[in-house]
Ligand binder design. Structure first.
Ligand SMILES: *Cc1c(COP(=O)(O)O)cnc(C)c1O
Length: 414
């Protein structure tokens, strides 16, 4: 099956749902058992089954199977948010005294967790310039337990070479974790380039309608977790062999920390997922067209979109994404912060809000919003400047998007 078909038909099991065409919402905290013997076997992991929503839920499991299939992974765990996925993927691997090395072009809350929260628990995150391979090489040491990177930096729009990072990680007997939220498996599948763990905020393109938050951690089951380096993987390896990582994420962290996904949110995400390929096709085309429109607009000082040949991410994106597209997010510069505010005030069609990956086109001024509580230096190091607007392309007709942008740009010529 082609991806576009698999995204609709893969891992669907209507026979288990009284032939309903959508996975039912199993909105229940617990599942009843006839015998103590059976409940004991399920608790012991000797028999599959559902016990309690925090552990497993049938609606959530449908989403897990579909997402694992689309990324080419062997197991997946859905969670209540993308940030739960980021946090648990790293915490399953690194503990006090360990280091991770990460690209510095990070989603804002990921940056906060790596820089501030993990420090308090003894995990050191060394942040390096995402596209500077020599910086990665210099930062990796025998203490490095994992490498972490985002497929497309937000809002820096930088694009690292995933295969090179996977090779560097493996040479140091460490796994590579990829946050693939901005690319989605439609544009790029990190496992095919050597990544060991893939995660997503399903809130974004996977859901596509801004109707629920969610996250997923997906295991390739290819990394072998050598016990002299990952001693606390012993029990998980004994229990589930190549799926030791996903066992650890699930059994040690997810079910105990309670990072549960609501089955209703999984249901909404499952409906959104059906149209992922079609939405991405339009989103990527719209982003390319809007980037080109902005690049030739007199009010626009600069445009950063990997689909433009003069942008830093272009060369790697072209090779890595095989001409399929360059993502649905772009940034551009106006004369001043005031001009950005005027632009946003005058938008009529485009929504002004903090999210991305929706089927509606969205705009935001990152400097004064998501990043307002960071120091100016940190904001600039993350590629955020006062003159910058970020747009997440939706699937509307491009003529209406460019017309709205054009009229707002004219009013922003202050
Ligand atoms: C949104 C996002 C997250 C966090 O996801 P939530 O669902 O908002 O918790 C993590 N990584 C990236 C790249 C994101 O865009």
């Amino acid at each position: 099956m082609k991806f576009d078909t698999q995204v609709i038909h893969g891992a669907q099991t209507p026979g288990e749902w009284k032939n309903a065409t959508l996975a039912p919402i199993y909105q229940t905290a617990s599942h009843r058992f006839d015998t103590a013997e059976e409940l004991s076997e399920v608790f012991a992991g000797k028999k599959p089954g559902f016990i309690y929503q925090r552990l497993r839920n049938p609606t959530n499991q449908t989403l897990e199977k579909r997402l694992a299939l689309l990324e080419g992974g062997q197991d997946a765990i859905v969670m209540g948010s993308g940030m739960a996925a980021v946090s648990l993927a790293v915490m399953a691997i690194a503990g006090a005294g360990d280091e991770i090395v990460s690209g510095n072009s990070l989603f804002m809350s990921t940056f906060m967790v790596f820089n501030n929260v993990f420090k308090r628990f003894g995990i050191t995150a060394k942040l390096v310039e995402t596209t500077n391979f020599d910086a990665w090489k210099a930062a990796v040491t025998p203490k490095t337990k994992a490498l972490f990177v985002e497929t497309i930096g937000n809002p820096k729009m930088d694009v690292p070479r995933i295969a090179a990072l996977a090779e560097l990680a493996h040479a140091n007997r460490a796994p590579l974790i990829v946050d693939n939220t901005l690319a989605t498996p439609y544009l790029f599948r990190p496992f095919e380039h050597g990544a060991d763990v893939v995660l997503h905020s399903t809130t974004k393109y996977i859901n596509g309608h801004g109707s629920a938050t969610g996250g997923v951690v997906i295991d390739s089951a290819k990394f072998d977790w050598p016990l002299d380096k990952f001693a606390d993987f012993k029990i998980a390896k004994d229990r589930r062999g190549p799926l030791a990582f996903s066992d650890k994420v699930w059994r040690e962290l997810h079910i105990n920390f309670g990072t549960t996904q609501s089955p209703f949110s999984s249901y909404l995400t499952l409906i959104g997922l059906d149209t992922l390929a079609l939405r991405m096709e339009r989103t990527l085309a719209n982003a390319q067209k809007l980037a080109e429109f902005l690049a030739s607009h007199p009010a626009v000082k600069w445009v950063n979109y990997p689909g433009l040949p003069n942008c830093p991410g272009h060369a790697v994106a072209k090779e890595q994404f095989k001409g399929c597209g360059y993502g649905g997010l772009l940034t551009f510069g106006l004369a001043s912060e005031k001009a950005c505010f005027e632009f946003i005030r005058n938008l009529k069609l485009i929504y002004h809000l903090a999210n991305l990956g929706d089927c509606k086109t969205l705009a935001i001024h990152p400097w004064s919003s998501q990043y307002i509580n960071m120091t100016e230096d940190v904001r600039r190091a993350n590629g955020i400047t006062p003159d910058m607007v970020r747009i997440s392309l939706g699937i509307e007709a491009i003529e209406d998007i460019t017309a709205d942008v054009d009229q707002a740009l004219h009013k922003a010529l202050v």
